[in-house]
Design a protein around this ligand. Sequence first.
Ligand code: CU
Length: 123
Amino acid sequence: MLTLSACTAATLAIGDRPSSAQTAEPRVVAVVAQRFAFEPSEIEATVGERLRLVITSADGVHGVEIKKLKIKREVPRGGEAVTIDFTATTEGRFPILCSEYCGNGHSDMTGMLIVRSAPDATR
Ligand SMILES: [Cu+2]
């Protein structure tokens, strides 16, 4: 009887330990779109990392487009958040564009997603 309860306790202790590596939530990056910039304008990630962009507009309608990742979403006026989940699978630099015409500076409204290779130390 004593042996059994000790064993159960040990099992529970291991089970309670969070396995952060496998069940990690995506890293949340809050992005504000406004005429005529994204803030932050650069988003850094490592290959394999899950990201959740939570994008709000500080003024009118904007859009978020990352062509190479086939991401294109409208960001409505009024501050309603648009959530985009994705995994950074490829190393490189991915331009972020505003996909909704928002005024004279629209074409200057760009950002950059920078995906770096994962350091060996984390493997
Ligand atoms: Cu815009």
